[in-house]
Design a protein around this ligand. Structure first.
Ligand code: EPU
Length: 420
């Protein structure tokens, strides 16, 4: 398995472009199962998860032609309505095909995703919503099967504002008979991107971006549309954090400040100069990182997907910082690895108490999920000496061309190919 080797200590400077957002690309691609016609989707990032959903759509019978970030997709008829274990186990977001398949073809069978490194991550809310819409849901032999002649509109309350849950139900409701109201819906910008895509295809959706989304079902959707995926706010936030932790100066082109309010607020609070410039955001380190307390919340709160990266940053703060993770029950696994690099962090439940240290030192490390790996990359960029990060496949799931982008910013970052 490949490794990323970083020689730390260099301030990163220059410009980097935010790629298309992974977590917007996945639901939009799943939504192509909903209608006929030829979808033309652009700004798709070159990521392992995007390749996985392409394999899944192709397995189901979609015809896909891809030319770099630009794909054209047709889903006239499908070969099958089943997402197999081999694909779902590598990417939980495969569950996003459940709603579209059930709504358009009346049946869907998807391997039930198990727990993952960051938490149990059940899909009970996706299933409850589909049942409310009249579907029969069965769990057997590790698969969930959903059957419905035609879904019907329903009032659905989500106990927690699940992002993919909201997306799955919004897609399903687009082809249901009647009006669906999703209460306590997720407000993440990726949900808005999906809603805008569905509307482009003929769906009738209002209230997206708020916590009550109303969907008036239509008989069919027409995919003959062009759509560009929104820029990745988490990737953008990670590069802004790279500027902060290396005392550098990075302009992230296409970063949308409206999507990053909570992150920018915290960067400013700890003394990083943030400038909203035409076409993107610039972050400039000040040589000193102040302390801050952070609690993760659903959007527009501080994103759980930026928590690990901020942990690396605050490990170098002057003073004491407290980070509390409220979304996932096991998302502090990077703490042990950051400690191996010299960070002073203690954990109580889902809270990490970080006593800032003067410097981190490079070490061989590994992480068990995507954002934890990103936090180790950031720590490695700031650390003295060499850091070698294994299990690079996590990074390849969510950061497009990471080592090239960091090298272009002046980082000493190389991928070490290893044969299995
Ligand atoms: N939850 C339930 N039941 C459900 C669904 C969710 O109890 O049926 C709980 C979860 O256990 C969790 C909370 O609700 O405690 C929120 O989970 P959510 O469903 O919102 O997460 P997700 O939709 O599975 C997406 C992103 C994640 C991101 C979270 C939170 C995609 C493909 N994934 O996951 O992204 O962390 O929302 O913002 O959109 C990442 O990119 O690294 C990543 C993990």
């Amino acid at each position: 398995m490949d490794k990323i080797r970083i020689k730390g200590g260099k301030p990163l400077k220059g410009e980097v472009r935010a790629s298309g957002a992974k977590n917007a690309a996945l639901p939009v691609l799943a939504a192509t199962l909903l209608g006929r016609g030829e979808y033309r989707i652009s700004n798709l990032p070159d990521l392992r998860d995007v390749v996985t959903i392409k394999r899944l759509l192709t397995h189901l019978g979609a015809e896909i032609q891809s030319d770099g970030p630009q794909w054209s997709i047709r889903t006239p008829d499908l070969k099958r309505c089943e997402a197999p274990y081999e694909l779902v186990k590598t990417m939980r977001a495969s569950v996003l095909v459940l709603g579209p398949l059930a709504a358009r073809f009346g049946e869907a069978k998807v391997s039930l995703p198990g727990g993952c490194a960051i938490g149990a991550r059940p899909i009970n809310l996706h299933l409850m919503g589909l049942e409310k819409m009249g579907a029969e849901v069965k769990i057997e032999h590790g698969y969930v099967s959903v059957n419905a002649r035609r879904l019907r509109g329903a009032r659905i309350y989500l106990d927690s504002a699940s992002v993919t849950g909201t997306e799955n139900l919004m897609m399903a409701a687009s082809l249901a008979d009647g009006v669906t109201v999703i209460e306590n819906a997720a407000r993440e910008p990726e949900v808005t991107d999906l809603a805008e895509f569905l509307i482009r295809c003929g769906a009738r959706i209002s209230g997206y971006g708020t916590n009550v989304i109303t969907i008036e079902g239509v008989d069919s959707l027409d995919g003959s549309t062009n759509f560009g995926i929104m820029p990745d706010r988490i990737e953008a936030g990670t590069y802004l954090t790279a500027a902060a932790i290396t005392n550098g100066d990075i302009f992230v082109r296409d970063a949308n400040p409206r999507h990053l309010d909570a992150v920018l607020l915290k960067l400013r609070e700890i003394g990083i100069a943030i400038r909203e410039e035409p076409g993107g955001i610039r972050a400039i380190g000040s040589g000193k990182i102040g302390a801050a307390d952070i609690t993760t919340f659903p959007y527009p709160g501080f994103p759980t997907d930026m928590q690990a990266q901020f942990m690396a940053l605050l490990s170098l703060c002057s003073g004491l910082s407290v980070i509390t993770e409220t979304i996932f029950e096991n998302r502090l696994t990077h703490v042990a690895e950051l400690r191996r690099m010299g960070a002073d962090i203690t954990v109580q439940g889902n809270t990490a108490i970080i006593k800032g240290v003067q410097r981190l030192s490079g070490a061989p490390v590994m992480a068990s999920d995507l954002r934890a790996s990103a936090s180790l990359v950031l720590a490695g960029l700031a650390a003295e000496g060499e850091t070698e990060i294994s299990r690079v496949y996590h990074l390849d799931r969510g950061y497009e061309h990471l080592e090239q982008k960091l090298s272009n910013l002046g980082g000493d970052v190389t991928r070490v190919k290893q044969t299995p």
